[in-house]
Structure formats: structure tokens, C-alpha cells
Design a protein around this ligand. Structure first.
Ligand SMILES: O=c1nc2n(C[C@H](O)[C@H](O)[C@H](O)CO)c3cc(O)ccc3cc-2c(=O)[nH]1
Ligand SMILES: C[C@H]1O[C@@H](n2cnc3c(N)ncnc32)[C@H](O)[C@@H]1O
Ligand code: SF4
Length: 316
């Protein structure tokens, strides 16, 4: 039986406020209109999660402008959330948008991997869906992938599909990821994220079709180096047969299975038990994983390596 992995996860949102306005975003709030997560509330939440099988704490944040006087406080909150999650025995993974070199280096101390979606490499989208989103400059995002490579951080990136890109631009985006991977070797997984419309976004773009998604999986498997795992969030795939087609085309991971998908709150996950049963009926074995893949265990700071169970660490 082929093994498909998932990450038993819970999401913490330090803040929904964001100075970008991606037209497809259902997550962001206007700066000033969102109160930030307090350390006390986070601590309480994490304590409730103890013993429930959760491994990854996904720290997913709206962004404060790099030049803002509030950036430092924003960053310290994100760092400290990773720190308490770690201290309570969880495995943090942070995606907080583009970071400075020193911010990224510090987050490495308390995270098992970091993430940032390339979205798409085409600068054309800066005049459409990303017109009011300076953080989505593809060159800036590519530099972030390189920076993570230089800092030897196991990394998750990916494409957002169906935001106005052409087929050629999808291929270009995949080739750009393949190129950084051949230089640094730090990209453990690529998420192929189908755009999924929600209640709050400001545009009217439709859901990305399943047929196209399967085609992109096939293309990604051709373009990306074999060591990169392809991830698709199953809650964003229209039906189970489409998910099976994605698996047949090369997807091997289902990402974080969380109670609430904070980015796409209208799309619920099936329970792990149900997913596992459905997969078993189709000769797939569903297994939990950590937010860092075994091949990268020895890239982690020794203090983090010590947090992984011996049996698992030995495979690294
Ligand atoms: O539940 C979610 N998890 C998301 N994750 C988490 C992901 O599913 C995995 O849990 C992590 O990549 C750890 O391997 C992301 C991680 C990234 O680094 C970048 C983007 C995402 C996007 C989502 C998302 O939209 N919803
Ligand atoms: C955290 C990641 O979530 C993705 N993201 C943001 N909005 C949507 C949406 N409506 N549908 C699917 N994915 C989305 C982006 O790729 C972002 O980088
Ligand atoms: S997708 Fe991320 S960067 Fe864009 S508006 Fe939403 S929170 Fe901000």
C-alpha cells in the first residue's frame, strides 16, 4: 500500500490584520480592526490541545509592514508563540509572509520548518489580484526562498492556482521553484492550492477546477525534483474521486488536517478517521507526519532535534 501523509495540526493566528489586500483573501482584517492573540489565550488553547494527538502548530499571520513601528511587537508575538508551542511539546511551523534575514534566522530557533507560498512567479498579477499586495511581489518571494536556503531552513512553498495565471505561467512558477531547489535543496514540499472562493473576498474569481488541478499535479511531478513532496489540502478538492486522481498523478501529502482552515473557513476537513477509511478502500495508507520531513532532521538546531522522538529521529 502506498503511504499518504498528513500533519495533525492546529492553527494559531497571531493577528488577522494585514497591510496587503490580496483580492482573493478571506482571512485579512483591516489594520486597527483586529485585536492580536494574547500569550495567555494562546497558552490556554495549547494546554487544551495536550494529549489530543496534535503535532504541528501552524502559526499563520496577517502582516504588519516591515517599516512600521509595530513590526517589532508583531514579530516578538510570532516568535513567542513558536516558543511556547515548543515548550509545551508541539512542533511549530510559521507562515507569516516575507521576513528579514534576522527575523527568519530567529524563527528557525523555534520552528521545525517555515513556509511562504510563491503563489505565482508572474509579475503581471501585481496589476490584478495583487495590485494592493506589495508582499506578493514574485521577486521578493523568490528571494525569500533563497534566503531560507542560505539559512538551511526546511521549507514549504507552493502555488495558488486559478488567480488569473496562464498555463505557461504555472510552468514558469514550477521551474522557478525547481531552480532554487537545485541550488539549496531545502524545499521539502510544494502545496498546489486551488483557489477556493469565500464570503469575504473582494473579487469574483471562481473555484479552480479539479481537471486542471490534476493536470498541474502531473506537470509539477515532471518539473520538480523528485525529493519534493506534493501536497494538496483535501478540503479544497471538490470530491473524493478528484482527490484520488490527484494522488494517482503524484500527490503524497494532505497537509495540515485542522479543525478550522483559517484561510478557507468555508471548507471543512473530513475527520482523519473518515479520510483514512476512504483512502484504505483505495489501497492508500494514511500516516501522520511532523512539519519537518525526516531527510531534514539533521538541519535543525540540536535543541529542536532533541524534541523529535528517538525512533523517528533515527530515520533522519
Ligand atoms: O490549514 C491550512 N494549512 C496551510 N498550511 C500548512 C500546511 O498544510 C502544512 O501543515 C505545513 O506546510 C507543514 O508541513 C500552509 C503552510 C505553508 O507553509 C504555506 C501555506 C499554507 C496554507 C495553508 C492553508 O491554507 N490552510
Ligand atoms: C496561506 C496561503 O493561503 C492561500 N490563499 C489565500 N486565499 C485563498 C483562497 N481564497 N483560496 C485558496 N487559497 C488561498 C495563499 O496561497 C496564501 O499564501
Ligand atoms: S493572503 Fe496573506 S498577504 Fe494577502 S491579504 Fe491575506 S493575509 Fe494578507
Amino acid at each position: 500500500m502506498l503511504t499518504i501523509t498528513y500533519s495533525p495540526a492546529h492553527t494559531l493566528v497571531p493577528t488577522y490584520e494585514c497591510f496587503n489586500r490580496c483580492s482573493y483573501c478571506n482571512f485579512r482584517r483591516e489594520p486597527g480592526e483586529d485585536s492580536w492573540l494574547t500569550m495567555a489565550a494562546a497558552q490556554q488553547k495549547l494546554q487544551q490541545l495536550a494529549g489530543l494527538g496534535v503535532r504541528e502548530i501552524l502559526i499563520l499571520a496577517g502582516e504588519v509592514h516591515p517599516q512600521s513601528s509595530r513590526r517589532q511587537a508583531w514579530f516578538e508575538l510570532i516568535y513567542n508563540l513558536g516558543k511556547i508551542a515548543l515548550d509545551l511539546g508541539f512542533y511549530p511551523h510559521t507562515n507569516a509572509g516575507p521576513l528579514s534575514r534576522s527575523e527568519m534566522a530567529r524563527l528557525k530557533e523555534v520552528n521545525f520548518s517555515l513556509g511562504l507560498m510563491l503563489e505565482q512567479i508572474s509579475p503581471r498579477l501585481l496589476t490584478t489580484v495583487h495590485r494592493q499586495a506589495p508582499s506578493k511581489d514574485p521577486q521578493l518571494r523568490l528571494e525569500q526562498l533563497q534566503l531560507a536556503g542560505e539559512l538551511a531552513i526546511p521549507f514549504t512553498t507552493g502555488l495558488l492556482l486559478g488567480i488569473g495565471e496562464t498555463d505557461q505561467e504555472v510552468a514558469d512558477s514550477l521551474m522557478a521553484i525547481a531552480k532554487v531547489q537545485r541550488r539549496y535543496g531545502h524545499i521539502q514540499e510544494v502545496i498546489l492550492q486551488p483557489h477556493s472562493p469565500g464570503q469575504r473576498q473582494t473579487d469574483g474569481i471562481p473555484a479552480y477546477g479539479s481537471q486542471k488541478l490534476v493536470e498541474v499535479v502531473t506537470l509539477a511531478r515532471e518539473i520538480l525534483p523528485a525529493e519534493i513532496t506534493l501536497q494538496i489540502p483535501p478540503n479544497l478538492v471538490a470530491n473524493f474521486s478528484a482527490l484520488l486522481a490527484c494522488l494517482a498523478a503524484g500527490v503524497r501529502d494532505l497537509g495540515g488536517i485542522v479543525p478550522i482552515d483559517e484561510v478557507n473557513p468555508d471548507y471543512h476537513h473530513r475527520s482523519v478517521e473518515q479520510l483514512s477509511q476512504l483512502l484504505k478502500e483505495n489501497s492508500y495508507n494514511l500516516e501522520p507526519r511532523f512539519p519537518v520531513y525526516p531527510a531534514y532532521f539533521n538541519w535543525l538546531d540540536p535543541s529542536l532535534q532533541r524534541c523529535l522522538p528517538d525512533s523517528v529521529a533515527a530515520k533522519g
